[in-house]
Design a protein around this ligand. Structure first.
Ligand code: ADP
Ligand code: G6P
Length: 471
């Protein structure tokens, strides 16, 4: 096999990972690519006045990074527009937040074409190409139209929505038809895979054969579920660092005998932060005996701040945390510590370890790596309790967590109570099962299973691809 070329909108250089990468995709790929001497291609995150197509190349720890800048229209129409005002809310079931604008479609197509044009000269015949996430759904089509014949796989980090939701998207068929230019299409969960298969059968008039061959639009692609994992060693090594130890001590010293409930998220409306605050308020209301013996530390990193829905959620959380603190705080106790900082990854491990309960309660989430990182960072002799939303992809695997409906305030409040009171033996049993799962299904297993399946398609599908390319 030639090289592995990974393409994603967001690129996180492996050397910068310690410096506070946020977003599951960048964190996971950074971990996955450390093993391959591959190429990682994507947006630099910089905006320039006029697009030039110039690539800045550098090598970091065996990985070659090739980054391009985008212009203001690109960022407005493609990143803030079609990706984050159309696809993101739609795929997270927030049809009320979806914006459809013709210019977003055009910008999305234009930037995917720009990615293809800039990437094409770097591709060698033996390379495997692995495209990531909803920003780049039509990239294989753009590459094939320009003559690329390599095996190309796609992995969706966010949920694939139910057919009834997806079909509200104007030109939905065009988008799925473009996906069939990939050889392999990967999803996080069996649930997303099923939703995609439903679309193929019911809306595209295609079929899905046993073994995961989808056929529609006169083409075929293999489809499968490849749940993403974490780099467990990165967390366990991180815990040994001076920074993690100092952070752990700092948090523990601030407890003054209290228990800490922790949330760590990008400040995204899909994460259910408002509902979480309200559930915690409910807990305080229902359990006066718990007040002053517990607090919630919510770390929420601002994200996509040019998009109005993100400005709105930020404002609402500020007032909600203020309201709860106003109602319940005392001279020596604040019930909500609300922090908008990004922490270094090693520091974060110390904070995870110091927490007695983690609240991971997204309203919808492709997987959720915070749930897995929290488990990996626990002390085996005194582990904390994970409260996990049934709407996170991680809930398909992490059955030993306290699974909750994030919209059910009373149920989440009860899970908080149960987590805080859980006896050591039960905490250990649950944690051990969760840790075993997180260790086995880690980021290397995810990467290797996807790459193996793509290679498999490469050998199985040569004649078909050659004829598809000729079209
Ligand atoms: P998403 O990809 O939607 O952001 P995930 O939970 O899958 O959600 O991944 C989030 C990643 O970002 C995790 O690796 C987490 O450690 C990291 N992260 C989130 N918030 C912070 C923060 N405030 N400081 C440092 N890392 C963070
Ligand atoms: C999620 C998405 C990623 C994205 C990340 C951070 O994990 O699936 O594609 O990179 O959020 O969002 P951002 O817009 O900052 O890249």
């Amino acid at each position: 096999m030639g090289r592995l070329i990974v393409v994603s909108n967001r690129v996180q250089p492996p050397d910068a990972a310690g410096a506070g990468a946020t977003g599951g995709l960048a964190v996971a790929l950074s971990a996955a690519l450390r093993e391959y001497s591959g190429l990682w291609f994507g947006w630099s995150g910089e905006t320039v006045d006029a697009f030039t197509g110039h690539l800045s190349m550098r090598k970091v720890g065996g990985v070659t990074l090739a980054l391009m800048d985008l212009d203001e229209h690109d960022v407005h129409e493609y990143y803030n527009g079609y990706a984050n005002r159309t696809l993101w809310p739609l795929f997270h079931y927030r049809t009320d937040l979806v914006a459809y604008e013709r210019s977003f479609d055009e910008g999305y197509a234009r930037v995917n074409a720009r990615f293809a044009e800039s990437l094409l000269p770097l591709i060698e015949p033996d390379d495997l190409i692995w495209v990531q996430d909803y920003h780049l759904l039509p990239l294989a089509r753009a590459l094939r139209r320009r003559g690329a014949r390599n095996p190309i796989g796609f992995f969706l980090h966010i949920p694939w929505p139910a057919r009834q939701i997806f079909t509200t998207l104007p030109r939905h068929a065009e988008l799925v038809e473009a996906l069939f230019d990939y050889d392999l299409i990967g999803f996080q969960t069996a649930d997303s895979l099923q939703a995609f298969a439903d679309y193929v059968k019911e809306s595209a008039g295609g079929e899905v054969l046993p073994g995961g061959i989808a056929m529609a639009f006169g083409k075929r692609a293999r489809i499968g579920a490849f749940p993403i994992g974490i780099d467990v060693a990165e967390i366990t090594e991180g815990l040994k660092s001076d920074r993690a130890k100092a952070e752990f001590e700092r948090v523990r010293a601030s407890l003054l005998g209290r228990k800490m409930i922790l949330g760590v998220d990008r400040l995204d409306y899909s994460k259910g932060l408002e509902e979480r605050f309200l559930a915690y308020e409910q807990y305080l209301e229902d359990h006066p005996e718990g007040r002053e013996h517990v607090f919630l530390l919510q770390i929420a990193t601002p994200t996509r701040d040019e998009v109005e829905a993100y400005q709105d959620i930020r404002g609402r959380l500020e007032s909600l945390s203020g309201r709860i603190n106003g109602a319940y705080a005392d001279v020596d106790w604040v019930p909500v510590r609300y922090v908008n900082k990004t922490y270094r990854r090693d520091a974060l491990t110390g904070i995870y370890r110091a927490a007695h309960v983690a609240l991971v309660t997204p309203l919808r989430d492709g997987m959720n790596l915070v749930a897995k990182e929290y488990v990996a960072a626990q002390d085996p002799d005194d582990p904390g309790v994970l409260v996990l939303s049934e709407q996170a992809g991680a809930a398909e695997q992490m059955r030993e967590a306290l699974i909750v409906n994030p919209f059910n305030r009373e149920a989440v409040a009860e899970a908080i109570r149960r987590g805080l009171a859980m006896p050591l033996a039960e905490r250990k049993d649950r944690w051990q099962a969760l840790f075993d799962g997180v260790s086995t299904d880690d980021v290397a297993a995810w990467r290797d299973s996807f790459v193996a399946a793509l290679k498999n398609e490469a050998t199985a599908d040569q004649p078909l691809r050659a004829s598809a390319n000729a079209r």
